[in-house]
Design a protein around this ligand. Structure first.
Ligand code: 5GP
Length: 218
């Protein structure tokens, strides 16, 4: 089967990073595209695993060198998908998961028309608020802008191939895995399956011919 990009987008707090990590951990036919960003690492994040954390100057150098498939600004920082990351995973025969925002998703779709785009949504506004730390959470300063941005992003959801409601993490991961598996069975992604089907058609045709001959040409 031809490996393809799987793009996950969601409003901030939608849970797509957790889903992407769980998918990559659970399956050896999926790899992760590690983006570059100018934002500082959050506690627990590792350079080269979660992101390639780079300076603004280094990011710009990479833009000029044509290293990005796409890049976008989000919350005052720059983010970009490295072509080398995506190609490395696809060349190993694995699907590549991209955890990116909507403009990036559009760009990836243009570049890889066979990409599958999944939009992850929280089950309710209240639940999203809780996931963002509640009304008085530590990130309260950016809370309103995140919610406003979520409203904008949700408008774009119909452009995606699938929408998954992330009410339960395990179920959401299973749903995305099911989407991946179903997409993998499309004939256009499976030239070898087309050969099997063609051969079966030929075999059935000659079987019908033989039986018809035996029945005296009925
Ligand atoms: P965060 O700072 O919370 O990790 O990410 C902020 C937003 O940037 C998220 O919506 C995330 O999906 C998006 N993002 C991360 N990497 C990339 C990238 O390489 N390109 C684009 N366009 N968006 C990205």
């Amino acid at each position: 089967m031809k490996a393809f990009p799987l793009v996950l987008s969601a409003p901030s707090g939608g849970g797509k990073t957790t889903i992407a990590n769980a998918l990559v951990a659970a399956r050896d036919d999926i790899g992760y595209s590690v983006s570059a960003t100018t934002r500082p690492p959050r506690p627990g994040e590792r350079d080269g695993t979660d992101y390639h954390f780079v300076s603004a100057a280094e990011f710009e150098r990479r833009v000029q060198a044509g290293e990005f498939l796409e890049c976008a600004e989000y919350g005052g920082a720059r983010y970009g998908t490295l072509q080398a990351e995506v190609e490395r995973v696809l060349a190993s025969g694995r699907h590549v998961v991209l955890d990116i925002e909507i403009e990036g998703a559009r760009a990836i779709r243009r570049r890889y028309p066979d990409a599958v785009l999944v939009f992850i949504v929280p089950p309710s506004a209240e639940e999203l608020l809780q996931r963002l730390g509640g009304p008085d959470g530590t990130r309260a300063a950016s809370l309103v802008s995140r919610l406003r941005r979520a409203v904008e992003e949700l408008r774009v959801a119909p452009e995606y191939d699938y929408v998954v409601v992330n009410a339960d993490r395990t179920e959401a991961v299973a749903e995305v895995a099911a989407i991946l598996d179903a997409e993998g069975r499309r004939p256009r992604r499976n030239p070898e399956l087309a050969d099997v089907v063609a051969e079966l058609g030929r075999d059935l045709g000659s079987l019908a011919d033989r039986l018809q001959g035996r029945q005296g040409g009925v």
